[in-house]
Design a protein around this ligand. Structure first.
Ligand code: ZN
Length: 288
């Protein structure tokens, strides 16, 4: 079965089950099991830090294990499962499968951002071209790629068509950040629109509620809030439950890289995610 067919079937099944009454059934109005998905792993390092620093795959794993421990220690009514607990590569479809087969109520993908950086053209010298009277000197340039970025902060994605909203414009010089991550559905494909529409009907509202809580908690810790955004993440589309993808900071911003590499930073991020899970659970319980 192709991936597209799988996604269509998975999301259609969820919509069919959840929407006969015109609203999301009690099936998703609970939170007993969270699936924590540490991005990348194994040969897939994700966004790379400087030499001697951790790469994205290590940071996402450390944070997701910390979130799991907080849930285990302080939120006994919720269980957590992981798509990986070691440095191994897990293909995206296997990540859906783990969450779907366990019957998770919430899918939380944890990632680290990187921006494309900037390019600078500098003159390195000159050379002579042509012969005789046509002989002339032309400048020689080379382009230097500066990986370092001033971009900073956190953003949390829900599944949807990528939109250029206000917050996006505010960081438009870094608007290519999304393309740095693998696993985006092709938005020009009509089937993608169907997958996203069906998913939205079933899970978007809850996903946004949870995503907003995550972002609010990051802001409480003084992180720059880049907002809740939409993009066609395959890893969320394949899960038949509300889900988000959290970009916890920019690895090619030296300050944030430092923060992401410390216990302190990882603990703060893990707390922000954990507290959002706790608050989201309370909200679902109040609604019931
Ligand atoms: Zn990533």
């Amino acid at each position: 079965m192709t991936l597209k067919k799988y996604l269509l079937l998975a999301v259609s099944a969820a919509t069919f089950l959840l929407l006969p009454s015109g609203k999301v059934s009690a099936q998703t109005q609970k939170l007993n099991l969270v699936c924590l998905d540490a991005g990348h792993g194994g040969h897939d390092a994700g966004a790379r830090g400087r030499a001697g620093m951790m790469n994205e795959k290590d940071i996402t794993l450390a944070i997701s294990l910390k979130v799991g421990k907080l849930i285990n220690d302080s939120l006994k009514s919720v269980k957590s499962i992981f798509t990986r607990t070691t440095d191994v590569f897990i293909p995206l479809p296997d990540r859906h499968k783990i969450a779907n087969q366990a019957g998770a109520d919430l899918f939380v993908a944890i990632h680290v951002n990187s921006s494309p950086g900037s390019y600078e053209k500098i003159r390195t010298g000159s050379r002579t071209v042509g012969k005789g009277r046509k002989k002339r000197t032309i400048p020689v340039y080379k382009t230097i790629h500066h990986r370092e970025t001033g971009a900073n902060g956190t953003e949390t994605y829900v599944l949807g068509l990528h939109r250029f909203g206000q917050k996006e414009n505010a960081i438009s010089e870094y608007s290519e950040t999304v393309t740095e991550e693998p696993g985006l559905l092709n938005e020009n494909d009509p089937e993608t629109a169907i997958i996203i529409a069906q998913y939205s009907q079933a899970f978007l509202k809850q996903s946004v509620t949870f995503a907003q809580k995550v972002q609010n908690n990051f802001a409480l810790k003084g992180r720059k809030d880049l907002g809740v955004k939409q993009a066609g993440w395959e890893v969320i589309a394949g899960c038949v439950m509300p889900g988000v993808l959290i970009e916890t900071g920019f690895i090619n911003n030296p300050d944030e890289e430092q923060y992401l590499n410390t216990e302190y930073g990882q603990n703060e991020i893990a707390w922000a995610i954990f507290d959002a899970i706790r608050s989201y659970k309370r909200e679902l319980e109040r609604a019931n």
